[in-house]
Ligand binder design. Structure first.
Ligand SMILES: Cc1cc2nc3c(=O)[nH]c(=O)nc-3n(C[C@H](O)[C@H](O)[C@H](O)COP(=O)(O)OP(=O)(O)OC[C@H]3O[C@@H](n4cnc5c(N)ncnc54)[C@H](O)[C@@H]3O)c2cc1C
Length: 471
């Protein structure tokens, strides 16, 4: 049964928006509502009182003003991929940007502007027409706004930096409905905060970004069998410390899929899946792949030049919409032997074939930006761990969540304080301060200025000063 008070407030927002709204206003029971309600993580099924799918910036301003005046709980949605489920809510308002997906590329200046509802795929397709790339994430159906605002890591992070490092300007609608710009000349403190500070400050309607020339990469893959995973992780740890920026080497610890592409003796067994990307001259790539591939089953090894758009879509089907996901993440300053041992032991107990221990090495161009230069977390701990529980049946929730939490708790003592906000789950609000640690006071100051009543609260939330003091 829906709370009559909440229904009344969402009705009030609807009535105030209806006369001038150009996009779609969707209420429970109306045509289109059910399709618009779902988000990527099937664990999060909520029923907003109103979904305001904006057609343009004027619609965004109207929706923010109406929501703010009514004091209704409001979620902002770009691609709906928030692992934590922040882009929806029960009974409240969802400001949905999925109709705002314009991308404009300036090939001469190597710059682009894209709207706040873009998915990564729409940006990649537009920029590749000019032979250029914007460094972002690894799954093309992810929303660009959420990813970029939290930081943004992907295949090109070591070569070109985090996504947020490549944003030169943001245009946003703040809590009072004003349109504000943030760049080096206008509101530089807000620019600083938006580079990693998530959705705390307003609805970003446009990003102005730097692009880089790139149309293809060399991609090598290989599966390392169970008995050699420990040695492989030691190789990875030692080799990446001095690896060139052109090399990205990700390791996923998981059960090998039961498919024809996988050598029969590895199917369903614990493996380390290696993904090696080389963005430099293809002729000199192979020696950099050797520390990984020399420990892989030779039948599982491949290496080829792939077009950038193929790279960006190859993981799309691994993380489909509607499955159940639960994550925990952190950074290691070093990967000591006992941490490696814990992870190797854990692969044998993984509760499903899709669940994995993802390891990435930051460093490169991203590691060269000083800790206080952007709101994004400290970049000095290069080993990023992301535990991803991925399953389909609600009856398996407890088993998967317990496995992820249990392993995280075992590994936590070796981690450095800090976490990438975009890899946090919905039950970790107590880690937000940890995510921003020495940058916390500056985040609070910017939040207090632009969103003093904490209208934008469905996010890895930084409380503004007065609210923080009260409670
Ligand atoms: C399949 C998958 C793959 C991923 N791969 C990567 C990866 O390679 N690299 C990486 O760094 N991360 C990755 N992530 C994490 C991803 O960065 C976050 O889940 C991010 O929030 C997704 O953005 P979204 O726009 O789809 O999110 P949404 O769910 O739409 O929004 C999440 C939050 O972002 C904020 N927000 C969204 N749009 C706006 C806006 N226009 N203005 C202001 N605030 C806004 C809001 O606070 C909102 O609650 C991945 C996630 C998934 C599910």
């Amino acid at each position: 049964m829906r709370d009559p008070k909440i229904v009344e407030v969402s009705q009030e927002v609807y009535s105030s928006l209806h006369p001038r709204f150009k996009g779609d206003l969707l209420r429970p029971g109306e045509s289109g509502y059910e399709n618009a309600r779902g988000i990527w993580n099937g664990m999060v099924a909520r029923t907003p009182g109103l979904i305001a799918r904006c057609a343009d910036v004027a619609d965004v301003r109207s929706a923010v003003r109406a929501g703010s005046e009514a004091g209704i709980l409001t979620a902002i949605r770009c691609g709906g991929h928030s692992l934590a489920g922040f882009s929806t809510c029960d009974g409240g308002l969802v400001i949905d940007l999925s109709r705002m997906r314009q991308v404009t590329v300036d090939p001469e200046r190597r710059r682009a502007r894209f709207a706040g509802g873009c998915l990564l795929g729409s940006i990649d397709t537009a920029t590749q027409k000019a032979g250029l790339v914007f460094p972002s994430g690894v799954v093309s159906h992810t929303g660009a706004s959420g990813l970029v605002l939290g930081g943004g890591t992907g295949w090109l992070t070591r070569r070109f930096g985090l996504s947020c490092d490549n944003v030169e300007g943001f245009t946003l609608v703040t809590a009072d409905g004003s349109v504000v710009r943030a760049n080096l000349e206008e509101n530089p403190d807000l620019l600083w905060a938006l580079r990693g500070g998530g959705g705390n400050f307003g609805v970003v309607t446009e990003f102005e970004v730097k692009l880089h020339p790139l149309t293809s990469v060399v991609l090598a893959e290989g599966l390392c069998p169970e008995g050699d995973i420990r040695r492989l992780l030691e190789n990875w740890r030692d080799f990446m410390a001095d690896a060139p920026f052109d090399l990205k080497w990700n390791v996923d610890l998981r059960l090998a899929p039961d498919t024809e592409r996988v050598p029969a003796e590895l199917r369903g067994r614990p493996v380390a899946a290696n993904w090696l990307l080389w963005t430099g001259d293809p002729d000199v790539a192979q020696p950099y792949f050797k520390p990984a591939l020399s420990l892989c089953s030779s039948d599982s090894v491949s290496s080829k030049v792939v077009p950038f758009l193929d790279l960006q879509t190859m993981a799309d089907s691994t993380f489909p919409h509607g499955r159940r996901y639960y994550t925990k993440s952190g950074y290691f300053p070093n990967l000591d032997d006992s941490t490696i041992d814990r992870m190797v032991e854990a692969v044998a107990t993984i509760p499903s074939a899709e669940t994995q221990i993802e390891l990435a090495y930051l460093g490169g161009a991203a590691g060269q930006v000083a800790a206080d230069e952007t709101a994004f977390g400290d970049r000095s701990a290069p080993f990023i761990l992301n535990l991803i529980g991925n399953w389909s049946e609600a009856s398996a929730d407890t088993a998967h969540i317990s496995w992820v939490r249990g392993l995280f708790n075992q590994l936590r003592p070796a981690m450095k304080p800090g976490v990438y906000v975009n890899f946090m789950s919905g039950d970790e609000q107590d880690r937000v301060r940890e995510a921003y640690h020495e940058r916390w006071d500056r985040m609070v100051a910017v939040k207090s200025h632009y969103d003093p009543k904490n209208f934008f609260r469905l996010n890895q939330n930084v409380l503004p000063r007065k609210i923080d003091a009260k409670g």
